[in-house]
Design a protein around this ligand. Sequence first.
Ligand SMILES: [Zn+2]
Ligand SMILES: [Zn+2]
Length: 300
Amino acid sequence: MLEENNLKKESVQDILIEGEGYSSECNEDINPGLILRDFLQKLCPIQSDTGLSFISQIDYSFKADGALSELVYKSTINYLVRRLINTAEYLRRRYESDDFPEGTFVQELRSYLKSETRFRDPDIEKIISIIQACLSVRNQRRKSRQAFVKHKKQIGRAYGLLCYICGKSLSSEEEEIQVEHNWPKALGGSSKYFNLRLSCKSCNSEKGSYIDGSDFHYEHICLSTDETNDGFNHELKGLYRVALSAKSNYRCTLCEGDVESVGRLRFVRRNPNDSWHYLNIDAICEGCFESLSLSENGNG
Ligand SMILES: [Zn+2]
Ligand SMILES: [Zn+2]
């Protein structure tokens, strides 16, 4: 059995205050994982003064207007978030036990960051405090059955009984309804109301602990069929649909309405002469799709 997590005794807020510069920004309604990602972006900005990188060159060659560079950048930062949190959890499991004096885990985490990164000491201290907050929410116990049902009702009242990812109606089958962490719990997502949404079983399992669109395997999403082909729905599998909805943050790309209010999203191409691939696919609502087709027919 796993040892009790000491971090649980402190609130996220207490831990964040320790990190210099975070006292003014700290807020209970923010995911520690998100704070870690924002901080990494600050430490490693997308703009560098080293001139064109290989990825900027590919972006330029494929006329991606910066979208490919941004995608690779976001995906890499997500990798760093996952790597730091999971490495810290690995060290915690190893050093936070009766075999080691109290505080060994944080010491080990500090020496790991000092030897394996080139960040400055004050930044390393900030990273340590944010990571502790991430592990604190990650290792929080599951809610009681009662609290879970209460949450379900509360979210249902606020957003309606629709899966926030695919828009499927959840009203009929009670068993189908899952409470989903929008920012994954394992990667520093809070279990408080602001980070919870309702989803269907299959979207919940496809989404797993992916953070956002750039976190899925976007490089796999390159179809060889067209919408009019029989194989299209087979090729655009469930995981890809979830990834493409995540790309627009579960909103219609055009009217920006969230899935719970605009219903099921459908997928369209930006450039109809190009194939169906991650950068060329947008998720839009039925309403926007209809007005698009109307205006196209009107022009034609
Ligand atoms: Zn769903
Ligand atoms: Zn729309």
